[in-house]
Design a protein around this ligand. Structure first.
Ligand SMILES: *Cc1c(COP(=O)(O)O)cnc(C)c1O
Length: 397
């Protein structure tokens, strides 16, 4: 058997392969430098142009771009009217931002366990968590796989809840043939470098609701408006009013120009991600006693933000930690997405208990994220496959 790099053997590759990475080309760089030479650095024409581009692509009426995805979620909770004491249902298998946004507004995140196959919020477990304080549901399209929005919408209508879709992983993904972005009351995207497209930092909310759009726009810039229809009175051309408490969550014109340039490549990025996923799935078939590849529901057409495999630890002589460390030593940048949010010390202090969502905790113990990004070469993909096979052969029973 081949000696593992962690035990002094030769690593599968010489250079470290990260789990995710942006794809920036010369056209992106030219687009950005052109803005730097122009008149606008902060809010200029590129902001609206980028909003229009994304809105059109996903099939939504309105878009509000902000400085990051977390700010976008905060804005969505504000627009949804989340206040002290309100309860918001959210999946624990996500990045902490998905529930932190509820806390920012004084609300209480209520965690609903995941479906063990899709890893998304389990629609069958939502209703039992609804009380008369429940105001909204934040569903995450985890890994890029669409959450079962028809079922979620059905429940939301019955109880008059607002749906915020955290689609940070899912720009370009589809649900039942429609792009994610017009299914929930508000849908959030992130443009962090590992996400489907990047503006370095950046985020956006899309919606079809004009009132929500107004609230989101206000929130982005201090709660200040110049819209006569919203102001109490008028004093002259200089006059504006702060009518609510907002933030400075604006994004730069430079970043939005990059975003528009990236949008032109989103479909090709997704095509490449799907290709890599097919190669992984095919290669790992022979290991199916040891690892489980991602399941995709028939209603979802994922853009594949991340690729997660589950290790059948009964079949291994070691635990997930040793497998993780062995793959890192082979120079494969594996990762774990995510630690169930409520297990973090901050949430534990708020009173959330271990054991709250057993399926999420079970998944967390045996999951690993393998590298996946459009710029990966076929050799990179082969390296990942060879390293996984090597480690499984070595540690497998
Ligand atoms: C990345 C991410 C966010 C937050 O996005 P930022 O742009 O990094 O603030 C929110 N939710 C999920 C699920 C994410 O992966």
């Amino acid at each position: 058997m081949e000696q593992l790099a962690i035990n002094g053997g030769i690593p599968v590759r010489n250079t470290y392969l990260s789990y995710g990475k942006q794809s920036i080309d010369d056209k992106d760089i030219e687009t950005v430098t052109k803005v730097l030479r122009g008149d606008y650095l902060t809010t200029g024409p590129n902001v609206k142009a980028f909003e229009d581009k994304v809105a059109k692509y996903v099939g939504a009426k309105y878009a509000v771009v902000v400085c990051n995805g977390t700010a976008a979620l905060h804005a969505a909770c504000f627009a949804a009217g989340i206040k002290d004491g309100d309860e918001v249902l959210v999946t624990p298998m996500t990045f902490a931002a998905s529930s932190n946004c509820v806390l920012y507004c004084g609300g209480k995140p209520i965690f609903v366990d995941i479906d063990p196959e899709t890893y998304n919020i389990d629609p069958e477990k939502i209703e039992e968590k609804i009380t008369d304080k429940t105001k909204a549901i934040i569903s995450v399209d985890f890994t890029g796989q669409a959450a079962d929005m028809d079922k979620i919408r059905c429940i939301a209508e019955k109880y008059n809840l607002i749906i915020i879709e955290d689609a940070a992983h899912a720009l370009g993904s589809e649900y039942k043939g429609n792009k994610i972005g017009s299914l929930a009351h508000m849908t959030e995207f992130s443009f962090h470098p590992v996400k489907p497209i990047t503006t370095a930092e950046g985020g956006m909310i899309v919606t079809n609701d004009e009132k929500l759009y107004e609230r989101l726009s206000l929130f982005r810039t201090h709660g200040i408006t110049r819209d006569k229809a919203l102001m109490s009175h008028e004093e002259g051309p200089w006059y504006y009013e702060q009518i609510d408490l907002g933030y400075n969550y604006r994004i730069t014109d430079i970043q939005c120009a990059l975003g528009s340039s990236q949008m032109g490549k989103l479909d090709s990025f997704i095509k490449r991600r799907r290709e890599i996923v097919q190669t992984y799935n095919k290669a790992f078939k022979e290991l199916n006693d040891y690892i489980t590849v991602p399941y995709e529901a028939e209603y979802s057409n994922s853009g594949w933000h991340i690729y997660i495999v589950k290790f059948n630890l009964d079949k291994f002589k070691v635990g997930r930690k040793e497998i993780f460390e062995a793959l890192q030593a082979e120079n494969i940048g594996v990762n774990v997405h995510y630690i169930p949010v409520y297990l973090h010390p901050y949430y534990q202090k708020l009173g959330y208990k271990k054991g709250l969502c057993p399926e999420a905790e079970k998944l967390y113990k045996c999951m690993l994220t393998l590298p996946l990004f459009p710029k990966m070469s076929n050799n990179d993909v082969e390296d990942v496959i060879n390293a996984v096979k090597k480690v499984v052969m070595y540690y497998g029973k």
